[in-house]
Design a protein around this ligand. Structure first.
Ligand SMILES: Nc1ncnc2c1ncn2[C@@H]1O[C@H](COP(=O)(O)OP(=O)(O)O)[C@@H](O)[C@H]1O
Ligand SMILES: CC(C)(COP(=O)(O)O)[C@@H](O)C(=O)NCCC(=O)O
Ligand SMILES: [K+]
Length: 254
């Protein structure tokens, strides 16, 4: 069984797939915040793992923790997925291709596997929000990095005397009226508009045939979008899955 891992700056997302499964066809999947990393031991043990592909943008301490966690569960070390100049028909136009976050390159691969031959904007609304362009011809053109919804809300609370910390309600962050009539909703209106506005500007600039929206805050941001879009739980894992066959012949990160 193949284990796919997307270690972001807030949560570790994972999925397990049979060797011949199509990208996104998973037998199990889940997510844990960094503080609950040890729960992955129970989730992954006994799954018959034979191989793992890991994207990690959360730093060397996370890599060390995942290495220790996976050592008894796998016959060989995991493949640490990294951005590179090209993979699976996707060319990376970043000035230095390896500087691109591995999750962004994986997300672009995933988007292209789901919607080949289209001009795509790929937005992942996580700790940071990234808004990237993939051309119909298969070029990762580059993109935007902005604070994610949680960071925006936290920055306003930390950096001002009068603004409160706005948290999610029972159903996440429901969009308030644009011109809100109290402070909490005014903050939320502004931060959601910043997220959705960046995505819409990217879609207009490309221009995009389709926008793919993913990440922990996607369900809060997507309803505001006035552009054609698909919302997916984890486009990064789809991309790692889609990349798996190509990594055998191009194991730059292993
Ligand atoms: N209930 C919620 N509603 C909306 N957004 C949320 C909620 N819970 C978490 N988030 C946002 O999702 C982010 C985590 O998403 P995730 O895609 O796992 O991030 P990362 O890949 O950076 O670890 C948090 O930083 C926060 O901004
Ligand atoms: C932009 C990111 C911080 C996003 O991380 P995330 O929100 O998924 O935790 C990550 O992709 C990263 O560290 N990128 C390296 C710099 C770059 O992509 O240009
Ligand atoms: K992100």
């Amino acid at each position: 069984m193949l284990l796919l891992v997307d270690a972001g700056n807030t949560r570790i997302k994972w999925a397990i797939a049979a060797p011949d499964a199509a990208p996104g066809d998973w037998t199990a999947h889940g997510a844990v915040p960094h503080a609950e990393l040890e729960r992955l031991q129970a989730a992954w043990a006994g799954q018959g793992l034979t191989r793992a592909i890991v994207s990690n943008v959360a730093g060397p301490a996370m890599q060390a923790q995942l290495t220790a966690l996976l050592a008894p569960l796998l016959p060989a070390p995991p493949a640490w997925f990294t951005s590179r100049a090209g993979l699976a028909g996707l060319r990376n136009r970043y000035r230095n291709p390896t500087q691109l976050g591995s999750d962004r390159f994986a997300a672009a691969l995933g988007a292209r596997s789901l919607a080949p031959g289209k001009n795509l904007v790929v937005a992942t609304c996580g700790t940071a929000t990234t808004v990237d362009a993939v051309s119909a011809a298969g070029d990762f053109l580059g993109g935007m990095i902005l604070p994610g919804l949680g960071l925006m809300l936290g920055a306003l609370a930390r950096g001002t005397a009068q603004l409160p910390q706005v948290g999610p309600g029972a159903n996440g962050f429901a969009a308030p009226p644009t011109f809100a009539d109290h402070t909490s909703d005014a903050i939320l209106s502004g931060c959601l508009a910043a997220q959705a506005g960046a995505i819409e500007r990217a879609c207009a600039a490309l221009p995009a045939d389709l926008c793919i929206v993913s990440g922990g805050a996607a369900a809060s941001v997507a309803p505001l979008l006035s552009v054609p879009h698909w919302m997916l739980d984890n486009i990064v894992l789809v991309g790692l899955h889609a990349a798996a066959p190509s990594l055998d012949s191009n194991p730059a990160s292993t």
